[in-house]
Ligand binder design. Structure first.
Ligand code: MRU
Length: 345
């Protein structure tokens, strides 16, 4: 039996200076860690969702950039190779703004420095700072979010915005962990989250491991759970929040928000400030990743689940309009509409 409580999403191996990620494509059946040492492998691991979830992608990018810089520390063209590595990692996935946010922080950390060693020291320190900040941020989101949950609540969630999507604790799942620590009894309804089943494979896995009361449902069952009065709050994460509060999150979040509004259930988005893109005025400007249609027809298995040659569309995210969001739960507190995030640096 795999102990889901002991797994670590990602960390820096200080002995061989590699980024280590838990390969989430193998969960819940197998625990395997991958050591990544160059920008191409880091970008590949992010692109294939070995490491995924906006905050985890950001921290993986930072640690991964340091790890790859370490491998070419003795090369004459260190500075040029560092820029190249940063660009490779930044291009791995388009929607989660934490990726470009993290790479920008790493670029700033070496600005004005000369010499590979000075740059390496700065990169390592900045990446480790982001790692620690993420842990603290999630704890705070957990505390603010838990205050919104009452003993006996049914809570619905979509995709995975938990420990596996962050350094630790999660964003949307953090309030559940915190509420449990406070002695509140909750029932959690987890959408399986097609096409790649992050809800079934990851969220159910980590919540069960932490002893929460978990019920897994197919995505299309969320509406009837609300209709039957089983759900008193929805908690989801975010990949990018525009300045007006429009929020991109895993495909299938929007229908959940529409249902929540219809049935009068509060819909909370839990995310750190690093997920807010102030340069993005509204959701129409958020780039939505389009992934391979085989994820729908075959998932990752050899056996097809759809007739060969059928057309597919596979946007990995949808955008929930701010008007459907009851509140944003951040590390700085709970923000209520109307959202104006332009000046909140
Ligand atoms: O494609 P994924 O698995 O990276 O999508 C992840 C999500 O949509 C999460 O809800 C979001 O990144 C927030 S994670 C704290």
């Amino acid at each position: 039996m795999i102990d889901g409580k002991r797994v670590q999403t990602l960390y820096l191996d200080e002995e061989d200076q590699s980024l280590v990620v838990l390969d989430q494509t193998l969960l819940p059946g197998e625990i395997r860690y991958r050591h990544l040492r160059d920008a191409a492998s880091v970008a590949d691991a992010i692109g294939r969702l070995c490491v995924r979830g906006a905050p985890a992608i950001g921290v993986a990018a930072a640690l991964g950039l340091y790890a790859s810089a370490w491998t070419f520390r003795n090369e004459d063209d260190f500075a040029a190779r560092l820029q190249e590595a940063a660009a490779t990692i930044e291009a791995a996935r388009p929607t989660a703004v934490n990726l470009s946010w993290a790479v920008a922080r790493m670029r700033r950390a070496v600005q004005g420095l000369s010499g590979a060693q000075a740059c390496l020291d700065a990169l390592k320190a900045e990446a480790k700072r982001m790692y620690e900040e993420d842990r603290e941020t999630n704890r705070r989101i957990g505390r603010f979010g838990a205050a919104l949950l009452e003993d006996g609540f049914g809570v619905a969630t979509h995709c995975n915005a938990g420990r596996l999507a962050t350094v630790d604790f999660g964003t949307a799942l953090a309030p559940l962990y915190e509420a449990k620590e406070q002695g509140k009894r909750l029932r959690v309804y987890v959408d399986e989250t097609r096409p790649l089943l992050q809800g079934a494979r990851l969220t159910a896995f980590e919540l069960l491991a932490s002893g929460l009361d978990v019920t897994l449902q197919c995505d299309g069952m969320a509406a009837s759970a609300m209709q039957q009065g089983l759900v008193q709050a929805v908690l989801v994460g975010a990949d990018r929040i525009a300045a007006n509060g429009d929020t991109a999150n895993k495909i299938g979040t929007l229908p959940l928000a529409i249902c929540a509004r219809h049935f009068g259930v509060p819909f909370y988005v839990c995310a750190p400030f690093s997920t807010i893109d102030q340069a993005c005025a509204d959701g129409s400007h958020i780039p939505v990743e389009e992934r391979d249609g085989s994820e729908i027809t075959d998932l990752w298995y050899a056996k097809p689940m759809a007739p060969k040659g059928v057309k597919t569309r596979n946007p990995a995210f949808d955008v929930t309009p701010a008007g459907l969001i009851s509140a944003l739960v951040t590390e700085r507190g709970v923000l209520y509409p109307p959202f104006d995030l332009r000046t909140r640096g």
